[in-house]
Design a binder for this molecule. Structure first.
Ligand SMILES: CCCCCCCC(=O)SCCNC(=O)CCNC(=O)[C@H](O)C(C)(C)COP(=O)(O)OP(=O)(O)OC[C@H]1O[C@@H](n2cnc3c(N)ncnc32)[C@H](O)[C@@H]1OP(=O)(O)O
Length: 194
């Protein structure tokens, strides 16, 4: 069974997403937005180290290889980790819009078990935008970009101001991220247009 809930159906006045003119070119790796991000950061030993690559329009692809640290049942990826991979992939789309946004709702279908050692091939796209609301979907496949579907998600991201992170984040990490001398890294920690 699948199908997303009513709150993930774009309203009648939703518009098509517009790729930002400064978005990375199709085929370019997006790179980690923040060193300590559990989804993509190189500084998280047990993180997913997910690598996303810009596609055409407001779409991208990503890969994540399931490690032993990501198990739920013996030899199988934990469902929450797979949801994280989908969330991270979907969240990366906002970089192509250059909109700062956070996940409001994420609905996941688990279609096939994902063994440890598997590389999950993810593809995601923004389907519609309505004011601050960004509607998107993603699919994760086994054995290659055209392999069998293992997971699917529909999501709603909500645009926020950078204050969202400043007001709610733990001061130590906020201070460290804000004092990074690299201007691009500093901005991307919050996915703000540098
Ligand atoms: C830097 C980027 C990193 C990316 C990492 C990957 C992405 C992530 O994991 S982000 C972390 C997880 N997410 C969070 O922590 C978000 C926590 N939630 C919040 O902060 C707030 O609830 C937030 C910002 C989503 C919405 O709050 P707020 O800004 O007050 O907006 P609010 O007025 O409630 O909602 C705006 C619209 O979105 C809709 N909406 C908000 N949440 C939901 C939801 N869960 N389901 C459906 N609709 C929703 C509202 O109905 C409203 O719609 P409308 O404009 O039609 O009335």
């Amino acid at each position: 069974m699948s199908g997303s809930s009513a709150s993930l159906q774009p309203p009648a006045d939703a518009v098509k997403p517009v790729r930002h003119p400064d978005a990375p070119a199709p085929g370019d790796l997006l790179g980690a937005h923040y060193e300590h991000c559990f989804g993509c950061g190189p500084g998280q030993p047990h993180g997913l180290h997910l690598e996303a690559r810009a596609g055409e329009g407001v779409a991208l692809t990503a890969e994540f290889t399931v490690q032993p640290a990501h198990q739920g049942a013996p030899g199988l990826a934990h469902g929450g980790v797979l949801a994280t991979a989908l969330d991270e992939t979907l969240g990366s789309l906002n970089w192509l819009l250059r909109t700062v946004a956070v996940t409001g709702r994420l609905e996941t279908d688990y279609v096939r078990p994902v063994p440890v050692g598997t590389t999950l091939h993810l593809a995601a796209e923004v389907t519609a935008v309505a004011g601050r609301k960004i509607y998107s979907r993603a699919v994760g496949r086994l054995d290659g970009p055209d392999g069998p579907v293992a997971v699917r998600a529909d999501a709603l991201f909500v645009e926020v101001k950078v204050d969202h992170f400043i007001d709610h984040g733990r001061p130590e990490e906020i201070r460290a991220a804000m004092s990074d001398p690299d201007q691009v890294r500093r901005a991307r920690a919050f996915e703000v247009n540098p």
